[in-house]
Design a binder for this molecule. Structure first.
Ligand code: NAP
Length: 584
């Protein structure tokens, strides 16, 4: 008679599935830091559907998404699944793994019991109409990330996956190496190969952000395999050797430049000129590294907010900036002139479909993809591995944890088809990356998105606004507008046309920007219409103050013109709001 539960490392006879299994569980009542959120428990081994496979997990890859699952933010993944009808009150994470097939559903044809496999993390319903019609499963409303959005991931003796997720394990890799690369490598594959005419080609130049990181190290190797030339971005020269051994032609230390961040406003002549100088010298550095004056055909993006303006600027005419994350922030500022005049493409990308994951895995099977595993942990250390990530103290590269494997370095049964250099990261190199958001946070659709409720005490705009409008005409000079500002001690003047309609606002910032590159006399002689910020955001005096604040922050404005019966009657400024906050 078979055992009900096998101890860790005690492999059940092939094909025998015990009723229970050991697993690391997250439960809502202990949401918090990883060392508290993850607890060892024994649970029922999951059953499988006709298109599913039960895999005995040998090693699991560690990703940031299960730090978030443990914290319970920004999504309570357990509650989300309960809402969708799944009864389990726990989460078993893990979105990367290597293991052995122990059971297959009746419709499964691509794997059989005993196969050694690695798994990609893309799940979708085979009954989805879009998928049935041949649509890319990545666009299916049923698409989910296994082990984050779904239960029964790889942090357990057995994991439940769809058959289409299983791919052959590279024989030359051990269990922990083969569990480390799939998520990042498949993501990088789609980013570079998934976009039609813009996809990577032999001879292309690719600029790769975070070349020593999880995605970047895969992108360098994928570019090399296709015969493209890559330039890797890193934060220190000690990582140059690592990226070059992976196949980069050269590297750039991003700390040699300081023009990063959101774009200065295009009206800000001085700020924009400084940014332009910075980005041009960065472009020249790319030429220097390449040894020729060529711009990147593809920019491989994930830092987001701080780097996107540069990525779009340096990208070749007709080229593509492809982005899968916004690790430094989500507001990508784009100077549209460069985008449309040079006909560049800003392309979003998320994980990869089955076909792309398998194409990537071919590279691994051929020995052309180093998994870049920086550290492997024991089963007991699984929460610690996540805690290091949580605290940003984990090493660069990809990390794994042993599950069924009884020791490090086991499971390789062949030599790599081609000789591989295993580059090592500089000693003591740990992350400085801000904690990235989970790779898949369900975004609310328009229909289901809930409006955020902002705490409010019922105050109306009329309770805080300043009555009376201090205005000028479009033809008043900047000199006279400045005098009004100084005399009345105000920060902005509303520009009204002959019909009494507010057509714009001249703010102190507009005045300062008008002075740039001009003599005081020239600046004073300019007209309000030339320097004003056109358009005028208005709100009704009866609007809730909290709604007005949302309007101000969403549009990054400092003031609203307040109307009554559509006539301007006053101004609500951010200063008024700040005064209320501090109780003045
Ligand atoms: P990682 O291993 O932490 O690497 C990120 C790299 O970014 C680091 O190596 C770092 O390198 C660089 N970096 C940090 N701060 C930077 C800054 N201010 N400017 C420029 N570069 C900076 O992470 P990863 O695994 O490559 O993942 C990167 C992002 O992609 C994460 O946000 C992750 O969640 C997301 N992701 C998305 C998907 C998807 O399907 N959508 C899949 C996988 C990952 P240096 O310090 O050396 O420059």
């Amino acid at each position: 008679m078979s055992k009900q539960l096998y101890e860790l490392g005690e492999k059940p006879p092939l094909g025998e599935v015990p009723e229970k299994m050991h697993a690391w569980l997250i439960r809502p009542e202990r949401f918090g830091k990883p060392t508290e959120a993850f607890q060892k428990e024994v649970v029922n081994t999951p059953s499988i559907a006709d298109d599913e496979v039960l895999v005995y997990v040998m090693a699991a890859g560690i990703n940031y998404n299960n730090v978030w699952a443990g914290l319970g933010i920004p999504v309570n993944v357990i509650a989300a699944r309960n809402k969708g009808g799944e009864p389990e009150d726990f989460h078993i994470g893990g979105s990367d793994a290597s293991g052995i097939v122990y059971k297959v559903g009746k419709d499964v044809t691509n794997v059989k019991v005993g196969d050694e496999v690695v798994m990609h993390c893309g799940q979708y319903s085979r009954n989805c109409e879009w998928v049935k019609k041949g649509g890319d499963p990545m666009y299916s409303p049923t698409f989910k990330i296994w082990g984050y959005e779904t239960n029964y991931g790889s942090f357990a003796q057995f994991t439940r996956v769809q058959a289409q997720q299983c791919m052959p394990k590279p024989k030359h890799m051990n269990w922990e190496e083969s569990a480390a690369y799939t998520l990042v490598a498949a993501t990088a594959w789609r980013m570079l190969h998934g976009w039609g005419a813009s996809s990577i080609k032999k001879g292309d130049v690719v600029l790769i952000w975070g070349g020593a990181g999880g995605l970047g190290s895969m992108a360098i190797q994928i570019a090399k395999a296709v015969g493209a030339t890559s330039v890797a971005m890193v934060s220190g020269e000690d990582k140059f050797d690592y990226c070059m051994k992976l196949g980069a032609k050269g590297c750039i230390n991003r700390n040699d430049f300081d023009h990063w961040g959101m774009l200065p406003h295009w009206k800000d002549n001085a700020g924009y000129a400084k940014w332009l100088k910075g980005v041009r010298s960065f472009g020249a550095k790319i030429w220097e590294v390449l040894g020729e004056k060529r711009a990147p055909n593809i920019v491989f993006e994930h830092p987001g907010e701080t780097t996107i303006p540069t990525s779009i600027f340096v990208c070749e005419t007709g080229g593509m900036v492809v982005v899968c994350a916004g690790t430094t922030g989500y507001n990508a500022t784009v100077d549209l002139r460069y985008l449309w005049m040079r006909q560049k493409r800003l392309q979003g990308s998320h994980f990869a479909n089955t076909e792309q994951s398998n194409q990537m895995n071919e590279l691994a099977l051929r020995g052309q993809l180093d998994p870049c595993m920086s550290r492997a942990f024991t089963y007991e250390e699984l929460p610690i591995a996540h805690q290091l990530m949580h605290d940003n103290k984990h090493p660069h590269g990809n990390m794994s944890v042993l599950i069924g494997s009884t020791g490090f370095g086991l499971g390789a049964s062949g030599k790599p088809p081609v000789a591989m250099v295993h580059p090592t990261l500089p000693k003591g190199d740990v992350h400085t990356t801000p904690a990235p958001y989970p790779m898949s946070v369900p975004l609310p659709s328009i229909a289901e998105g809930e409006a955020l409720t902002i705490a409010d005490d019922g105050s109306k705009v009329r309770d805080l606004m300043h009555r009376g409008i201090i205005s000028c005409t479009p033809d008043d000079t900047v000199g006279s507008v400045a005098k009004i500002m100084v005399d009345k001690e105000i920060h902005a003047v509303v520009v009204m046309d002959e019909q009494g309609m507010a057509v714009g606002v001249v703010s102190q910032t507009d005045m300062v920007l008008a002075r740039q590159g001009r003599t005081p006399d020239q600046a004073r002689a300019m007209l309000a219409r030339e320097v004003m910020t056109p358009g005028c955001a208005t709100c009704d005096a009866d609007m809730l103050l909290s709604d007005a604040v949302s309007l101000l922050t969403a549009r990054r404005m400092h003031r609203l013109v307040v109307t009554e019966k559509d006539q301007p009657v006053g101004v609500l400024s951010m200063t008024d709001v700040v005064r209320k906050i501090i109780g003045e």
